[in-house]
Design a protein around this ligand. Structure first.
Ligand SMILES: C[S@@+](CC[C@H](N)C(=O)[O-])C[C@H]1O[C@@H](n2cnc3c(N)ncnc32)[C@H](O)[C@@H]1O
Length: 339
């Protein structure tokens, strides 16, 4: 069934600006606790859907970005099992640290000192929200399957129904083929958001517009040495098409590494004159569906990290809308809600 809006696809910037409008007055609205909040990509989607957010994040720059752009507060804190946070929340969302699970990480799961899941589960236990959602890399479902099952069991032991899906951001209007695992602990009646752009996704070219043909004065061009390294890398990884940004399709996944580090798989644009340059912070943000009014704080590297780590706000927005519908259904008598 075709559920997209291909025949009336609005210009990309109009689309994200329209979807991600945030009211300044959300104080009396349903409260979302946002754990491991980063710069607030997930929170932006929730605020745009009318929720009030309270973020918890350890990095100063990310907190500064959150506070500058969002209506909600962001507490700068290193989350532990003893962190004291607001207890009366309807929703908990979170992006517990994903280093243990990424393909390039060491995959130590619970034994990794950077692991955030015990903290996330403990917060759900203490707050007992109507719904809790975490996001992580898709690899968690495969290489860390046993650990993932432990997490699911822990949430089920708190009397939640637990469901998960790998969502591709491009199917929801993000110009990027970013696949991430979303896991939802709910009380019954949760429905995943319907794909809105499955047949007609936004392309990288539509997202970047004229930026893709410009060479700003601070452009970082690939050197001859980097060109050589990249071609060796592409040969070794049996890459059929060069990994430049292709403007006629959605981008490949935007990560901290491929935005900020000069590596073989970095995201780069080939200019009409043949030179290749790295993406700017704003271009990375556009591919992640941050509107141009959203300003990032900190050094360039810090901004790239905040962007690469974020849940694309447009994807967060559709999830938040499903949460809203779900919470409405929770208003029914408790007997109707499956335990
Ligand atoms: C994947 S990012 C979250 C992205 C966020 N959901 C968004 O959409 O922008 C994970 C964040 O967790 C933060 N973090 C990791 N361990 C933490 C801890 N113990 N306490 C607080 N923040 C932590 C990191 O600094 C990072 O910003």
């Amino acid at each position: 069934m075709k559920t997209d809006i291909s025949s009336t696809k609005p210009a990309y910037l109009d689309f994200i600006n329209q979807q991600l409008q945030v009211s300044q007055n959300l104080e009396n609205n349903l409260l979302v606790i946002d754990l491991f909040a980063g710069c607030g990509g997930m929170a932006l989607g929730f605020e745009a859907a009318g929720f009030q957010t309270a973020g918890y994040e350890m990095l100063e720059d990310a907190c500064a970005t959150y506070r500058h752009n969002l209506s909600g507060s962001c507490n700068q804190v290193i989350l532990t099992l003893n962190t004291d946070f607001i207890k009366k929340a309807d929703v908990i969302i979170g992006g517990p640290p994903c280093q243990p699970f990424s393909v390039s990480g060491h995959q130590k799961g619970l034994k990794d000192s950077r692991d955030g899941f015990p903290i996330f589960i403990d917060a759900v236990d203490r707050c007992r929200p109507q719904i809790a959602i975490f996001e992580n890399v898709r690899g968690m479902l495969f290489r860390n399957k046993t650990y993932f099952e432990e997490i699911v069991l822990a949430l089920r032991n708190l009397n939640y129904i637990v469901e998960w899906e790998i969502l591709n951001a491009a199917h929801y209007g993000v110009p990027q083929r970013r696949e991430r695992l979303f896991c939802v602990a709910h009380k019954g009646g949760w429905n995943w958001p319907k794909k809105t752009h499955f047949y007609s996704p936004y392309t990288a070219g539509e997202a970047l517009g004229e930026l893709a043909f410009l060479a700003p004065s601070n452009s970082k061009f690939l050197t001859a040495g980097m060109d050589q390294y990249i071609s060796k890398y592409e040969k070794a990884s049996k890459c059929v098409t060069p990994r430049d940004l292709h403007l006629n399709i959605p981008s490949r996944t935007v990560t901290c590494r491929n935005l900020s580090a000069p590596t073989g798989d970095m995201l780069r644009i080939r200019l009409p004159d043949g030179r290749r340059r790295r993406l700017t912070v704003r271009e990375g943000a556009r591919l992640q569906s941050f509107p141009d009014w959203f300003e990032f704080k900190g050094s360039e590297e810090s901004q790239c990290n905040q962007i690469g780590n974020a849940v694309p706000p447009i994807l967060a927005r559709v999830i938040a809308s499903s949460v809203k519908v779900y919470l409405e259904s929770c208003k029914q008598p408790a007997s109707i809600i499956a335990g």
